[in-house]
Design a protein around this ligand. Sequence first.
Ligand SMILES: O=P(O)(O)OC[C@H]1O[C@H](OP(=O)(O)OP(=O)(O)O)[C@H](O)[C@@H]1O
Ligand SMILES: O=c1cc[nH]c(=O)[nH]1
Ligand SMILES: [Mg+2]
Length: 216
Amino acid sequence: MVINLSQEHSLVSNWVAELRDTEIQKDRMRFRRNLERIGEIAAYEISKILPTRDIEVTTSLGTASATVLSEQPVLTTILRAGLPLHQGLLNYFDKADCAFVSAYRKHNTDGTFEIALEYYSSPDIENRILILSDPMLATGASLVKTVQYLREEGEPKNIHIVAAIACSVGIEHVQRHIPEAVIWCGTIDDELTAKGYIVPGLGDAGDLAFGPKIQN
Ligand SMILES: O=P(O)(O)OC[C@H]1O[C@H](OP(=O)(O)OP(=O)(O)O)[C@H](O)[C@@H]1O
Ligand SMILES: O=c1cc[nH]c(=O)[nH]1
Ligand SMILES: [Mg+2]
């Protein structure tokens, strides 16, 4: 299932427009904050379909009935571009456990690339609700490889994927390999360059959030 958070107009479309704009992108703090805000809205939307339980809360004047989450998700992100989106999810799921994975494109001299996974820090994800965030779902290779890697340690009961911009080709790749995943995205673009960049996309999310890095 794919949920496009820009299907109907909301502030999300405004933040995605700012993320794409080459002038506004010069403000790294705004770029990171816009990713964070999309993470916050995604958390709010996902919370509507998470399991709940009813509780009684003692107030100073009586007792109130309330419905609250019955369990906390595991928020997993892919370093480094995933950090601002992850922070947004964590701002709202403030009691969640967190996992971090490093997955990056290791470029070959012929222009092709492989996904290198080198670092992994996670709680036990067996039977947990996994929310995996990465701002750019381009080919989908990083997300699929990350989920395959995490599954060697435990089987989550639900998988949610959060992206700011998802490419339709990448969505199909994820759906082929993780058909049960629910994909929440800020918007959907249809093109990918030969180097795997989303068009119109926004450029390199990691560089725009944190500055350029040396090529690996
Ligand atoms: O869907 P895919 O084709 O796998 O591409 C998406 C990946 O590319 C970006 O990371 P990048 O390799 O630029 O690393 P960075 O976070 O260090 O910038 C992005 O944050 C994703 O992890
Ligand atoms: O368009 C893209 C694709 C992958 N990673 C990015 O940061 N941008
Ligand atoms: Mg990058």
